[in-house]
Design a protein around this ligand. Structure first.
Ligand code: UDP
Length: 240
């Protein structure tokens, strides 16, 4: 197998659902969050600078609430606040593992988090803190995938890791087509022409325009978060 790539600075996107125990009514599983934190601890030991963008889908999704009659912008603000709860849970678990970290929120909430200030965030990264980006972009009608693309662009990250429940990008839906083929690497252009879904269109185009590769990987197997962040070739690399 190929030797690992050493990334200097990366953004890890954790979906809200990744923090929930499947089938449980608890939105956040402290055990799962602890496991992810331990994997992040192992991954940053070697000096990787890491920003974490957390989703909120384990609590709330603006688009679903809006489809059921709620004002979209307000529903999106509820979603952004949900990501702050997840961010605090991740922060607490990281600190428990001895990882120095800071939450910066795109919606000011100074009792629980620093406000998002780009230059400060970059300084924290340089000093070896993990920075958790909460409250998305701070704007309705966007997603936390777009937040990951935006923060990665602003922070000049080398790569975005999208931790998911599937082990990469396929040429067709592996649940429907048993012959679906998983890509090791695939270009942004091919994703567009084959309509392969990696991230929403806004997030995807931001990554493409700013030449930020996206690595899609399955976070379920133990150790995969560490392996991915440490540059082992797992999942699919989207680049070009
Ligand atoms: N959200 C938003 N603006 C942002 C990021 C998120 O309005 O910049 C809202 C939106 O309603 C979204 C919710 O927050 O549905 C939770 O984020 P997301 O769906 O991206 O979470 P994930 O699916 O990654 O858990």
């Amino acid at each position: 197998s190929q030797s690992p790539v050493q990334f200097k600075r990366a953004i890890l996107k954790l979906s809200g659902e990744a923090l929930r125990e499947p089938g449980s009514t608890d939105n956040i599983s402290p055990e799962i969050v602890a496991r992810i934190a331990a994997e992040i601890r192992d991954a940053v030991k070697g000096g990787l600078q890491l920003g974490v963008v957390v989703g909120g889908g384990n609590f709330w999704r603006g688009a679903s609430a809006s489809a059921r009659g709620m004002d979209r912008a307000t529903a999106d603000y509820v979603g952004m606040l949900a990501t702050v709860m997840n961010a605090l849970a991740v922060q607490s678990a990281l600190e428990h593992e001895g990882v120095r970290c800071i939450v910066q929120s795109a919606i000011e909430m100074q009792n629980v988090a620093e406000p998002f200030i780009r230059r400060k965030a970059e300084r924290h990264l340089e000093e070896g803190f993990v920075v958790i980006f909460a409250a998305g972009t701070g704007n309705p009608f966007f997603s936390t995938d777009t937040t990951a693309a935006l923060r990665a662009s602003e922070m000049r990250a080398d790569v975005i890791f999208k931790a998911t429940m599937v082990d990469g990008v396929y040429d067709s839906d592996p649940k429907k087509n048993p012959d679906a083929k998983r890509y090791e690497t695939v270009s942004f252009q091919e994703c567009l022409s084959k309509q392969l879904k990696v991230m929403d269109a806004t997030a995807f185009s931001l990554c493409m325009d700013n030449h930020i590769p996206i690595i899609v990987f399955d976070m379920a197997p133990n150790g995969n978060v560490t392996r991915a962040l440490n540059g082992e070739r797992i999942g699919t690399v989207v680049n070009g």
